[in-house]
Design a protein around this ligand. Structure first.
Ligand SMILES: Nc1ncnc2c1ncn2[C@@H]1O[C@H](COP(=O)(O)OP(=O)(O)OP(=O)(O)O)[C@@H](O)[C@H]1O
Ligand SMILES: [Mg+2]
Length: 511
């Protein structure tokens, strides 16, 4: 028998006995995959529950069930103890569930306000869309996120981080008791994460139940009260987070110990491969010079907005530099387009991998061999057998979790899609590869595999530029680190004896 819930809500309260929402025995089957297998989970008022698990463990699938996108094959959902079914997305909203999805679909040609209220726009008494209210409420929501974005501006004018804030505001614009966040911080800087966490604390005080998904343990421990760990579609453990050490969570998650030490193996560093001299952009960066050597991993560290991605995008020909020169293997080169860069053997794996560069309906192996085909088409065609062989190698080395290499990429989990993008560029056998936040969204177990592979490729003579905002990754992987601050070089540091503090000081200008 369910009892009426006692009003014991607040940040210091113990978990209330009665959950707002409960899922019991939930299974979700896709062709060839049991994404969820008899999962139980409960969300409590005023509590943040962290949902933790490897890429492909079933986290986003659970989110899609709770938001009415999928109908589970088995199991029941109870809200306030009453069985409920969500036939569609509107049912879930009506039941008080809102979510920030891992990949929220937003529309470039609509304004920020329209994106926030699309599908649930406030109406005037005459039943017309209330634009004044849309814009006012959008502005308030964005201000709560410390953003002064004008809600009447079209979305296409904004950066990845700003779009992500709009997606968050969209979820918060729905009056809901259950708030789900599927990797909400992946595209955000530390300051924006702090703003988001302040909002989460506010939601807790209002007695809302929050489900928080992230691969970053520091964030999970900072914000969550409870945890639930998924492994291969099963719930393998849950409890109070504070009293559970990270090692134990990781063991539940991957079934073995994982060390936070990256397996960088010393490589023989050769002569300069790519020499960048005085590279400047009209607005984003100025006078950047460095020599990237054969077999070297050059880390690029800096705060968000320091110009790191912009520098790399211009090395790849996405934007034109205003000044500066490039020398590849001793010969001056000009790169005016990505096609030029690829032809020269320079490739770039962008930070925003989800939206770009994958043909979602095509099988994994074809996606992986796509850019290689561009390079080999001159000399003929690649047989499917070769494509498969190539894909198999990269899938294995990047710890890709998929039912088969012939399934459409669109059916993979977010993190596994990212591994395909990295694999397809590595498969072109470039001279220089630029990796922009290579392990963002990749789970802790796979991360070590990805690092090991990158390090091994460096050992084989590949030269790597790696942008990362994660200090352990930068310190663990880089032979040298270029620090950027406000578009300028704040120095190049050698690996030996390099500390996190030195990098942070250089990046923030607190020398
Ligand atoms: N529409 C679909 N069709 C077929 N298989 C799917 C579909 N959606 C998800 N899957 C499969 O279900 C499993 C769980 O995927 P899910 O996206 O829930 O993982 P996740 O835990 O969110 O991982 P990540 O950390 O990478 O985001 C994966 O094996 C995935 O390939
Ligand atoms: Mg996911």
């Amino acid at each position: 028998m369910m009892t009426v819930q006692a009003t014991k809500i607040g940040t210091n309260a113990e978990p209330a006995d009665t959950p707002i929402l409960e899922m019991r025995g939930i299974s979700q089957i896709f062709p060839g995959v049991k994404a969820l297998d008899g999962v139980n989970i409960a969300l409590y008022p005023g509590k943040v529950t962290a949902l933790i698990g490897e890429n492909g463990a079933g986290k986003s699938t659970l989110v899609k069930i709770l938001t009415g996108i999928y109908r589970p094959n088995e199991g029941e959902i109870l809200i306030d103890g009453k069985p409920t079914t969500f036939a569609n997305a509107q049912d879930a909203i009506d039941a008080g569930v809102t979510a920030i999805h891992q990949e929220t679909v937003l529309f470039d040609e609509l304004t920020v306000g329209e994106n926030i209220f699309l599908g649930h726009a406030p109406k005037t008494r005459l039943g017309l869309i209330d634009w004044r209210q849309i814009n006012e409420r959008s502005r308030t929501l964005m201000q709560a996120l410390e953003s002064d974005i004008d809600p009447t501006t079209k979305l296409k004018d904004f950066s990845i981080a700003q779009r992500h804030l709009v997606a968050i505001a969209r979820a918060l614009s729905v009056e809901a008791r259950i708030v789900i966040m599927d990797e909400p911080t992946a595209a955000l800087s530390r300051k924006e994460i702090d703003d988001l966490f302040r909002i989460v604390e506010g939601l807790k005080r209002q007695g809302k139940a929050i489900l928080f998904i992230s691969h970053k343990f520091d964030e999970v421990y900072e914000i969550a009260d409870n945890y639930a760990v998924f492994r291969d579609g099963r719930m393998v453990g849950s409890g109070v987070l504070k009293s559970t050490p990270q090692d134990e969570i990781v063991r539940l998650m991957v079934g073995r110990d994982v060390h936070d030490v990256f397996p960088k193996t010393p490589a023989v560093i050769g002569a300069s491969v790519l020499s960048v001299q005085g590279y400047s952009h009209e607005t984003e960066f100025r006078n950047i010079s460095f020599d990237l050597k054969k077999g070297e991993i050059l880390g690029v560290y800096g705060l968000i907005g320091a110009g790191r991605s912009e520098l790399c995008q211009s090395l790849f020909g996405i934007t034109r530099p205003a000044a500066g020169s490039l020398t590849l293997e001793g010969k001056p080169i000009t790169i005016s387009s990505p096609a030029d860069a690829i032809a020269a053997g320079i490739v770039y794996v962008p930070e925003e991998r989800g939206r770009h560069g994958l043909a979602l309906d095509m099988p994994i192996y074809q996606n992986m061999s796509l850019p290689s085909l561009i390079r080999t088409s001159v000399s003929g065609f690649l047989k499917a057998a070769n494509e498969l062989k190539l894909a198999r190698k990269y899938a294995e080395r990047l710890d890709l979790r998929a039912a088969a290499l012939s399934v459409p990429v669109g059916t993979l989990s977010g993190g596994n899609q990212q591994k395909v993008v990295i694999g397809k560029w590595l498969a072109t056998a470039p001279k220089v590869i630029i990796l922009d936040e290579p392990t963002k969204g990749i789970d802790i177990g796979s991360k070590a595999a990805v690092h090991g592979f990158i390090s091994e490729l460096a050992g084989e003579g590949l030269s790597i530029i790696m942008i990362s905002s994660e200090l352990p990754e930068i310190l663990g992987m880089s032979d040298r680190v270029l620090v950027m601050r406000e578009g300028l070089s704040a120095g190049i540091y050698e690996r030996d004896g390099l500390s996190a503090e030195t990098l942070v000081r250089a990046a923030t200008g607190n020398a």
